[in-house]
Design a protein around this ligand. Sequence first.
Ligand code: FAD
Length: 352
Amino acid sequence: MPDLVVAGAGMAGLVAAAEATERGARVVVHEKGSRPGGSMLLSSGVVWRHRELEDFRRECPGGKPELQRLVHERLDGDLAWLAGLGARVVARSTGNRATVGARFDTRSLTDALARRVGDLRLGEPLRELPDGTPVVLATGGFQADRDLVRERITPEADSLLLRATPWSTGDGLALGRSAGAAATTGMEEFYGRNMPAPPARIDEAQFVPLAQLYAHHAVVESDGETYEPTTWSEIDVVQWTARRPGARAAYRVARARLAERVGERTVGEMVAAAERAGAPVHRGSGDVTVEVVAGITTTLGGLAVDEHAWAAPGVYAAGNDVGGIATGGYSSGLAAALVLGRVAAARALEAG
Ligand SMILES: Cc1cc2nc3c(=O)[nH]c(=O)nc-3n(C[C@H](O)[C@H](O)[C@H](O)COP(=O)(O)OP(=O)(O)OC[C@H]3O[C@@H](n4cnc5c(N)ncnc54)[C@H](O)[C@@H]3O)c2cc1C
């Protein structure tokens, strides 16, 4: 009999399993997909926090202050722990002055964590809660379940691009709820990116390079309405787009703005990438218009937990299965998964 069962071999689940193994526990990790790494493997690998806790509070006002403080205070130590496991750090900064953290090579991060897990059961989803063994639910949210997304987030669910693995369908949420865990507010919130619209074809290797991240340099229009972005992360723009007809919008960019930089790329480079992928792009004499579709990456609402990642008796949760951290805004899903994953494993074994 194991000391701990973990559902999900993505960021939170692998971290929880590695922490538990380090503590000498016998751990079984169930993974629904055919490989470890979850959406983390597809991600940019930037594990970050706001520079100041007050900024986290201000940008994510609906989140639980105790959980935000926990992530804020533990992240730097947890990043050092992760690097110590052999995960390759690509950059020791985030490229954003408002945040601090590190960027990991996600292949190396997955491998470094997965090799610490003795019993990793690929293609074996956790379907019911174990009897008498503590469990960490880390199944990655519910963005891949169209019905839940339609019910909770947008009637345009069928038009959204799923910008994540296909396996996170709300299993952790359902299992946690069946044990009596509460759900948080903000179930209608999600993190994502606007992406080149159909007929563009986008495979998972293109989720990061094809993101259209220049709403601040564009006039954003959909079905006769315009939208003014309010956040640097543009999370408000993608959430607005998701609720427009066909989950679509158009970005109209003046030619003079194409040379503007957003992170490592120029606006013009992002437009050209969308065009190459097959999105409708209309070039006028003074501007360029790109059609985009909302891409859903992770849901932000989920199970309610306390500072020990406890959700219900014997049931702990981490990663995107947990809500109440980024509510009202956006914060690093990888950071929350790292911090809560370690806390969940430690507490589950202590309480054991
Ligand atoms: C393109 C992209 C870019 C991103 N960039 C960033 C970034 O730079 N910084 C950042 O902080 N975040 C980023 N994210 C988000 C980040 O990847 C997630 O927040 C993070 O992976 C969440 O960790 P998790 O463990 O909850 O979910 P995941 O890493 O997705 O792992 C969940 C795992 O659970 C498995 N699973 C599902 N159901 C079951 C079941 N019943 N039983 C067993 N296993 C199950 C899934 O198959 C999956 O492997 C990005 C995501 C994507 C897709």
